[in-house]
Design a protein around this ligand. Structure first.
Ligand code: SF4
Length: 265
């Protein structure tokens, strides 16, 4: 058994309500990105290699101990990129069939070009795909990807969810910070190509930990036990302007903004 549970929370999410965190990775932060704003800090294993990190039986056993009356949604996020886990579909299926709760996948979109990876996600109620950059230079600055990942490969992967006929909610999640705020119009153009059902606009309000620590995955410990760096965010005025640009490009999409829907205390 792993020392850390693959299930944590529920924690309150500005997007989803009481969100039970599902961590398919546990122990070391592992991701095909190393975002400058990652709440996990500098990613320990930057890789696009998929494998089984935690046995399905161990995750199911943890799910059986949950008080599901307190859960609005199960969210796959945790210690890195959830689509790296080859058994993710087994856990999604268990939650949908045994506890009948909505399932949200927060993915960095980098593995969606692989049909088998996409298929593993299709029992989820929402697939929220990260899109922070409209060109490869910004991708390198903001998301610092593993080798071989490009904006084109990301867009093709997200668009394939639509062409596969996925019937759940397709969302884009866009993190804006001073480095990419000038790309709002080009990101809006890409969003218009994808035609998502929802777009979640965010800015890094959480301090960047200098190293990984377990509670970082749920963000339910505001007093990080490690040194942190406060990141620069965009301003309210910039957030409002970006929201207008994005909404105009994709009128059919429901746009959520952390500034409007979860104003700072
Ligand atoms: S994609 Fe998510 S987990 Fe991976 S580095 Fe970026 S913020 Fe962290």
């Amino acid at each position: 058994m792993s020392e850390l549970s693959p299930v944590y929370g529920p924690v309150h999410s500005w997007r989803f309500g009481n969100s039970l965190g599902i961590d398919m990775i546990v122990q070391r932060s592992t991701c095909s990105f190393n975002c400058v704003y990652c709440q996990l800090g500098h990613i320990q294993d930057i890789t696009g290699d998929q494998r089984i990190f935690v046995p399905t039986s161990e995750i199911i056993a943890a799910l059986e101990r949950v008080d599901w009356t307190q859960v609005d949604v199960a969210t796959f996020s945790g210690s890195g990129e959830p689509t790296l886990a080859l058994n993710i579909h087994e856990v999604i299926h268990a939650i949908r069939s045994r506890w009948n709760k909505p399932v949200m996948i927060l993915t960095n979109s980098t593995l969606l070009g692989d049909p088998a990876t996409r298929q593993r996600l299709y029992e989820a109620t929402t697939i929220a795909c990260k899109l922070d950059a409209a060109d490869d230079e910004t991708l390198r600055k903001v998301n610092r990807p593993a080798p071989g990942i490009t904006v084109d490969s990301i867009i093709d992967g997200i668009a394939a969810i639509r062409s596969d006929g996925y019937t759940g909610t397709l969302a884009l999640q866009c993190m804006f910070l001073p480095t990419n705020r000038a790309e709002a119009e080009r990101i809006a153009e890409l969003a218009a190509r994808i035609q998502p059902d929802e777009i979640h606009l965010n800015t890094p309000r959480r301090p960047y930990p200098r190293q990984w620590y377990p509670e970082a995955r749920g963000n339910h410990n505001p007093n990080a036990p490690v040194p942190t760096i406060q990141l620069k965010t965009i301003t309210l005025e910039e957030a409002v302007a970006i929201e207008r640009i994005i909404q105009a490009a994709v009128p059919r999409a429901k746009v959520l903004s952390v500034y409007r829907d979860a104003p700072a205390a």
